[in-house]
Design a protein around this ligand. Structure first.
Ligand code: ZN
Length: 322
């Protein structure tokens, strides 16, 4: 018997939950679809279901549960536990902490998923003992997190490090945030898919047409990976283009923050890191000042899909002073 922690990665399409023991090891894990379109109550129910299942199936005793932590997309006040705004979830000014603490009677901590992800990498993954870290997570969009002077930087209103919404081109393609030419509009899956679609419409021949099927508006990383392995010209070109913009964004961030390390993570990097990292390291020389770039470690996430649940664990252990 010992203390156990439940950590959640709440996304627009799925909830990933993990039970950690006192040695910070994952002892049980579960993944469930969110179905965000079905509304607030359905998501809350799903989260409760995942926690119940983690308690029930992991073999832990209910009395062992010491705290619950979570990362979720959007602007989140980690002090109050309020989700101020979440773009892909039906939450606005919603105090999720009250709901979870009332139900499970243990402390609940929550933060922005990309911020929590970089916290996880800093405490348990690729960035241990570094003082300044820039984290970029490439999935449907591009999430960001900053460790500055040995602290997670969240800004004045809990909304800092929206690194995916740095404008790289004021006349560029529209982004989900309403701006034009954001890093996310080029390097996120939505941006990559748009480029593939445009090129197919221009008449380019590509294996992606068949691999993507009806899902042409939102690329699956697996399909792109397969096309790249088959040496499909267009697949190689669109990924390199996305990485080029990622390097432009990261290069500017290196010039601004002079970090010890840049960590790339998220589903796209998880699936295609072997292609992305060499291309990223090549392109970034064009954007980061050579003297600042020298000595900056450029690495792939060490925790992969578990970065956010590890970050949630870091929030729990930070706040409970352990
Ligand atoms: Zn944007």
């Amino acid at each position: 018997m010992g203390k156990k922690y439940i950590c959640l990665d709440i996304g627009g399409t799925k909830v990933l939950g993990a039970v950690f023991d006192e040695k910070n090891s994952i002892v049980y894990k579960v993944k469930k679809k969110t179905r965000a379109e079905k509304g607030l109550e359905q998501i809350e129910e799903k989260i409760i279901k995942v926690v119940d299942e983690l308690i029930g199936e992991s073999g832990m005793d209910r009395s062992e549960l010491a705290a619950i932590g979570a990362g979720a997309p959007g602007v989140i006040n980690s002090d109050s536990g309020e989700i101020i705004y979440a773009p892909n979830l039906p939450w606005r000014n919603y105090n999720i902490r009250n709901a979870i603490e009332t139900r499970f009677k243990v402390p609940f901590y929550i933060g922005n998923d990309a911020n929590v992800g970089v916290l996880g990498e800093w405490k348990y993954g690729a960035g241990i003992d570094r003082k300044n870290i820039v984290g970029l997570f490439v999935g449907t969009g591009v999430g960001g997190g900053l460790i500055l002077d040995g602290k997670l930087f969240t800004g004045s209103k809990h909304a800092a490090a929206e690194l995916g919404h740095m404008v790289l081109n004021t006349e560029g393609p529209y982004c989900n945030c309403g701006q034009r030419g954001c890093l996310e509009a080029y390097a996120g899956k939505i941006g990559i898919s748009r480029e593939i679609k445009t090129q197919i419409e221009r008449g380019r021949k590509t294996a992606l047409k068949e691999l993507m099927g009806d899902d042409i508006n939102l690329l699956k990383s697996k399909a792109l990976k397969k096309a790249i392995e088959e040496k499909d010209d267009l697949a190689i070109e669109v990924l390199d283009r996305a990485v080029y913009y990622l390097a432009a964004g990261a290069g500017s961030l290196i010039n601004v923050f002079n970090p010890d390390m840049v960590i790339l993570g998220g589903g796209v990097v998880e699936a295609m890191g072997d292609y992305i990292m060499p291309s990223f390291k090549k392109h970034i020389k064009r954007f980061a000042m050579p003297d600042i770039l020298t000595g900056t470690e450029l690495v792939k996430s060490a925790l992969g899909d578990d970065a956010i649940v590890y970050g949630a664990l870091a929030m729990i252990t930070n706040k409970s002073g352990e």
